[in-house]
Design a protein around this ligand. Structure first.
Ligand SMILES: [Zn+2]
Length: 190
């Protein structure tokens, strides 16, 4: 399966000139959730991640909410293990909802997109502070050019460069190309 094709079909990846929610401009817009709204895509991506760990045993998959929830669930389903997640409480990433881990349990942490690796690292720290052992991490997309270090071996299904510019330094603005806010009617009507 061509992952980028699935992204294109669902408008999860757009090419052009975009104003991101951060206010920065980019020639690409990536919104993984749009690809994952089709359960068949989510199941397939989860299966592909699980395949990359063929021969390894995990006791659970864990994800940082919200971005990791759908793909984490799909990966856990494919591996046949339970799925738990961490979420923020007063800014700190924690296991809540009565989720627990046993001492030494071997966990795979799954996220949708890795940019700096920050939320994956926080998720790993939360699990390890409770005695679990995070053996590996995975994401559908790597936006870090492979450099994000989460402290454990890490894989991703696809690597994508999404450059961003301050509006005043944007080469697309300079070229006089109109900037679009993704999710606007213009994009939806395409
Ligand atoms: Zn621009």
């Amino acid at each position: 399966m061509n992952i980028l094709e699935r992204f294109n079909e669902t408008d999860a990846l757009l090419e052009g000139h975009f104003v991101l929610s951060s206010g920065l401009h980019s020639p690409r817009y990536l919104q993984c959730a749009l690809a994952l709204q089709d359960p068949a895509n989510a199941a397939e991506f989860g299966r592909l991640i699980a395949e990359r760990f063929f021969g390894q045993q995990f006791d659970a998959v864990a994800s940082p909410a919200i971005g990791g929830l759908v793909i984490g669930f799909a990966t856990a389903q494919s591996l046949g293990v339970r799925f738990i997640w961490t979420e923020r409480e007063n800014g700190a990433m924690k296991l809540r909802r009565g989720f627990s881990v046993k001492n030494g349990e071997r966990i795979l942490v799954v996220e949708d997109v890795i940019t700096t690796g920050g939320s994956t690292r926080e998720c790993i720290a939360a699990l390890e502070s409770r005695g679990a052992r995070v053996a590996a991490a995975a994401s559908i997309v790597d936006r870090s050019n492979g450099v994000a270090d989460v402290g454990v071996p890490r894989i991703s299904l696809v690597s994508l460069d999404v450059p961003s510019y301050k509006p005043e330094e944007c080469p697309l603005c300079e070229a006089g190309i109109e900037a679009i806010k993704p999710g606007s009617r213009t994009v939806a009507a395409k």
